[in-house]
Ligand binder design. Structure first.
Ligand code: T4K
Length: 403
């Protein structure tokens, strides 16, 4: 997949280059969908996709149901977990997550209770969660950790917490499709709590829009499937809370096709990530807890002296044709809507990381040479002196001059 490119002027490197299967190459499969007359409502292509994920990714230890996107998947899973009338009012989650996590809880009538993250793994901080569980007890309706940037959560610990406090658990695994745990198994395999994955165009497992909920508990998946079809537990008759979260047959076809080369894609992305780490040994990366992460991008911290001034690095990269992003910045507690609707605990680590984090590009078509180029430029834009004064002395200056 990775082609080496002869030395010379670098092509621009976008931050994210989505690579869903090309619909234009799937004409026979699309014609078959048209001929079947079934376009949605958990049709045959969708069923094949779900079965194949359950059997190949999760080794037939449970079931999957597709959803239109992970946000709506989280809404379904949270609603199912807390019941029709939640006994508590809070959803315990990190502030270092995407808006979707907080929105999903709010749509379920809950108040996000925002906790800090671990300074190394950037996963929700165990001590912070423990403290909030002790403080708020049964006022917490659901524990909602985010597997930050595809990193693996300690699900055994969460199962113990859930049992000890009698509080249900839903895992936001939006970026984790393709992540392998410390035993080299798919993250979440055999979990009795639902994991919600995103299949968005920008993810490693890129379709267009889409999501997937996996759980070892097959009955729970059956319930979520009915909830996602208007709560129809009986033919066209709502017996539970519901909405429409169904995936179209066309998107299911993208998922089914993506599965074919996804192992190679995930491996390639992880190789590129490791290359970044090798080339930037003096920078701080997230400490990974599993054996492989399905990288959507490469979050890394700029040096302490640039804290609060990450845009200097972003702009320097941009001038050299390299895209970058900032996740999760602003974090939840920094966003105006969430400031009005959430309760925040101490977020010292989150604030510190948010002031320094930048996300570098990774994509299926990038090569190790591209990573070398981005790393060189990144190192230079993070240098102590303003980049523009180094004209003629650095690769950055050469690239800038050539533009
Ligand atoms: N929970 C967590 C922890 C999440 O991170 C997310 C989503 C969710 C839940 C909800 O999952 P979904 O409901 O989306 O399935 C992007 C993704 O849209 C979002 O899925 C993802 N997390 C988040 C971390 O990243 P934005 O707002 O940054 O996307 P946007 O439009 O700025 O695009 C990012 C880059 O990708 C840009 O450089 C443009 C490029 N791009 C994007 C699209 C959509 C393309 O080149 N082509 C495209 O088609 O959220």
């Amino acid at each position: 997949m990775a082609h080496s490119r002869s030395a010379g002027r670098q092509r621009p490197i976008p931050f994210i280059r989505p690579n869903p299967p090309r619909l234009s190459t799937l004409t026979p499969e699309l014609a078959a969908i048209e001929d079947s007359g079934i376009f949605s409502n958990y049709g045959p292509v969708n069923a094949r996709f779900e079965d194949r994920v359950a059997s190949t990714v999760f080794e037939s230890k449970g079931d999957c149901v597709t959803v239109a996107n992970a946000t709506i998947g989280l809404m379904l899973a949270i609603k199912q977990a807390v019941g029709w009338k939640p006994r508590g009012r809070f959803a315990l989650m990190p502030s270092f997550t995407f808006a979707a996590t907080a929105h999903a809880a709010l749509w379920c009538g809950l108040t996000p209770l925002l906790c800090d993250i671990d300074p190394e793994t950037w996963l929700p901080d165990a001590a912070a969660e423990d403290a909030l569980l002790k403080q708020y007890g049964s006022d917490i309706a659901v524990i909602l950790p985010n597997a930050t940037f595809g990193n693996c959560l300690d699900l055994d610990r969460y199962a113990r917490l859930s049992d000890a406090y009698g509080i249900p658990l839903v895992i936001d695994a939006a970026a984790s499709m393709g992540s392998l745990d410390a035993n080299d198994k798919a993250f979440g395999i055999d979990s009795r709590f639902p994991l919600v994955f995103s299949l968005h165009a920008t993810k490693a497992f890129a379709t267009s829009e889409g999501g997937l909920i996996y759980c070892a508990d097959r009955d729970l998946i059956a319930t979520l499937r009915a909830m996602g079809n208007f709560g129809f537990g009986e033919p066209r008759c709502a017996t539970m809370p519901g909405l429409n979260s169904k995936l179209s047959e066309t998107t299911a076809l993208l998922g089914l096709t993506k599965l074919k080369d996804f192992e190679a894609i995930a491996e390639h992305r992880d190789d590129l990530y490791e290359r970044y780490r090798t080339l930037l040994p003096d920078f701080t990366f997230q400490r990974m807890t599993g054996n492989r992460t399905a990288h959507q991008f490469v979050p890394v911290l700029v040096p302490e002296r640039m804290a609060g001034n990450v845009q200097q690095a972003t702009a320097g990269l941009e001038r050299c044709g390299i895209g970058s992003g900032r996740y999760f910045v602003p974090h939840i507690a920094q966003q105006p809507y969430f400031q009005q609707t959430c309760t925040a605990a101490d977020l010292t680590v989150t604030d510190t990381i948010a002031r320094r984090v930048i996300a570098l590009p990774i994509s299926d078509s990038m090569t190790v040479e591209d990573v070398g180029h981005v790393s060189d430029i990144f190192r230079q834009v993070c240098g102590p002196r303003p980049v523009s004064r180094r004209a003629g002395r650095s690769e950055l200056a050469t690239v800038e001059a050539g533009r």
